[in-house]
Design a protein around this ligand. Structure first.
Ligand code: NYM
Length: 219
């Protein structure tokens, strides 16, 4: 019997640096919760399949140049394209596991050190999006990321940029917004160990949602 019948699903976000193992861990978590009887849907941002997603993909592959603000707003618009679907899917009883969300949006753009693109500016277009029930941040030292085979060829996949992104992610824990509720997991350990930690963090949340103690909020 699916556990989620008659109750809403949980909105789970996995965040982290490039090479931290987000995609692997999101898949594992999906398999685990599914085997426990939850109805699951997965999602990832950027969603490169939509027309806006294709523009983002082209930017990330350095095929198109864009102003920092423009690409930022496209990343946000790419989330807004899915906002209604997220809300409806949760209400239908599906738990959503989402690989990156607006946290990435804020920090990657703010890490560019563009004087007119502050963290506050970067957060603004995402205000009103469905708020996750739990966000797990997979933290990895840039040195460790390099050992894992180095970064790819896409934009942002450079050590200095990753270092700034990491500092900004960790800085969110000290802000007074709900970004401070992010759960940090050290992604430098084995896939199994990291997976176990993620499950610990997520289970608390699933319990709260199941008890009806957590409504779907807005960013
Ligand atoms: N990224 C991702 C952003 O800069 N802003 C965003 O809002 C999101 C969701 O896109 N380096 C960056 C982070 C990554 C890149 O992500 C592509 P992925 O998970 O490698 O497909």
């Amino acid at each position: 019997e699916p556990k989620t019948i008659g109750q809403r699903g949980a909105f789970i976000v996995i965040e982290g640096l490039d090479r931290a193992g987000k995609t692997t861990q999101a898949r594992r978590l999906c398999d685990k919760l599914y085997s426990e009887g939850h109805n699951i849907k997965t999602l990832r941002f950027p969603d490169r399949t939509s027309p806006i997603g294709k523009m983002i993909d082209s930017y990330l592959q350095s095929q198109t140049e864009m102003d920092d603000h423009v690409i930022h707003l496209l990343f946000s618009a790419n989330r807004w394209e899915k906002a209604k679907w997220i809300e409806e899917t949760l209400q239908r009883g599906y738990t959503i596991i989402c690989d990156r969300y607006y946290y990435s949006g804020m920090v990657y753009s703010a890490a560019k050190h563009n004087p007119s693109l502050s963290l506050d500016w970067a957060r603004a277009p995402d205000i009103g999006l469905p708020r996750p029930d739990v966000v797990v941040f997979l933290d990895l030292e840039p040195e460790e990321a390099e050992k894992r085979g180095g970064y790819g060829d896409e934009k942002y996949e450079k050590k200095e940029m990753q270092q700034r992104v990491r500092e900004l992610f960790l800085g969110l824990l000290k802000t007074d917004g709900h970004e401070a509720d992010m759960k940090v997991v050290n992604a430098g350990e084995s896939v199994d160990a990291v997976g176990g930690r993620i499950v610990e963090k997520v289970e608390e949340t699933l319990k709260k949602v199941a008890e009806g103690k957590s409504g779907v909020g807005k960013v």
